[in-house]
Design a protein around this ligand. Sequence first.
Ligand SMILES: *[C@@H]1O[C@H](CO)[C@@H](O)[C@H](O)[C@H]1NC(C)=O
Ligand SMILES: *[C@@H]1O[C@H](CO)[C@@H](O)[C@H](O)[C@H]1NC(C)=O
Ligand SMILES: *[C@@H]1O[C@H](CO)[C@@H](O)[C@H](O)[C@H]1NC(C)=O
Length: 448
Amino acid sequence: MTKLCSIFLLTCLVVTIPTFYANVLEDEEFLDNQTKSFDGYWKGRKQVAEKQNQEAYITDPYSFTINMTNNISDLITGEEKGRRNLAGKQSQDSCLATNPIDRCWRCDPKWSENRKKLADCVQGFGRDTIGGKKGPFYVVTSNLDNDMVNPVPGTLRHAVTRNGPLWIIFAHSMNIRLSQELIVAGDKTIDGRGADIYIVNGAGFTIQFVKNVIIHGIKIFDINAGQGGLIRDSESHYGLRTQSDGDGISIFGSSYIWIDHVSMRNARDGLIDAIQGSTAITISNSHFTDHNEVMLFGASDSHEEDKIMQITLVFNHFGKRLVQRMPRCRFGFIHVVNNDYTHWEMYAIGGSKHPTIISEGNRFVAPDSKDAKQITKREYSLEPEWKKWQWRSIKDEVINGAFFIESGPDLTNRPFTRKDMISSRPGTYVGRLTRHAGSLRCIVGKPC
Ligand SMILES: *[C@@H]1O[C@H](CO)[C@@H](O)[C@H](O)[C@H]1NC(C)=O
Ligand SMILES: *[C@@H]1O[C@H](CO)[C@@H](O)[C@H](O)[C@H]1NC(C)=O
Ligand SMILES: *[C@@H]1O[C@H](CO)[C@@H](O)[C@H](O)[C@H]1NC(C)=O
């Protein structure tokens, strides 16, 4: 149905309404099935992760969003004041980095010798993510994925299931078809720079009950559900997994996650889902196309643990043939800043269960259909209830009739500062800030 939706939208709309609750129930049942299938091992992992996730929660997310905005304004207004030195000495003109995250590493012609510098560049709620910075490099040399229990050394599955931190890079360009979900252990960076890495036509990534994962510079296309079976999840353990749900990246009960410069399109379920109390996440500089339900943050109205969810979406491009959920949120606090929304068929940002959504300096270009001009969508609640949810649009640029329906109390706990410059010409800036969204082609020896 996902594919049908993007192609035959009209039919899809008609079919979607009556089956909506059915889909939700099916999703919940799927999760319940997964939870029930946890044995003692996963129950133990869950307990440890829940504690880590609690610790990652920031008690003052509003002031945090101001700091993020100020960082961007600083760059735009040139008020660097020497706080963030540009890497290398070459002139800024030859460096294409157009936003503060990219500025931190892309101008360095020796980026390939200083790969771990990337771990210092993340901003937003995922800012303390260091991935495999403290570990050695691991070079993936083979695109094979044919042993789920004892993966062959040199394969991506072998790399991500090692214990301890690893900075994973690739010997050359490759297409990797994952035979089952790729269960990524904590303290890993997957760094595709310098090669064309396609994760394609197979299962997707699962980041479950871990912390500290960076995924950077790869393409994740055409993802299906894995059938399930015996799958290794760490050096010391493998076990029976039920069918995976077919997300591009599934973040499940995990914290300190940074997804940057990833290109994603077409997965059986979501492109990126963050559920089950996940938090401290930044999704940045990524490019999304060809998908119905793009991002789900919080999977169920009964999962109150998602109250600790804090996610930053920044400098992403939501592009062609997308339909809805960019993202769809429950409970958490979502800062959506300087993203370019050039396509949606139903709506862009939605949710239920009183999530907080601060939408700031984005560009929203509505589709031509006059029924899809509203950026926002509230689900399963009547106006007296959703009027209390804090959804704010701060100097977003709206084009072609797009409109954002705000709700909730005034943002008194998030005063504007003089530096809130980003607001003055957001449209112009968003184009520039997101110009290089998606996987980059970095050449060794040159600024990227
Ligand atoms: C959940 O598990 C039951 C029993 O194994 C199965 O019949 C059902 O199809 C599963 N539901 C989903 C949505 O996977
Ligand atoms: C925001 O930045 C100020 C000044 O750098 C700092 O003191 C404060 O702790 C930051 N707040 C958060 C929530 O990060
Ligand atoms: C602002 O930028 C600084 C320096 O790059 C960084 O350490 C900090 O985490 C950023 N703040 C936020 C809220 O992302």
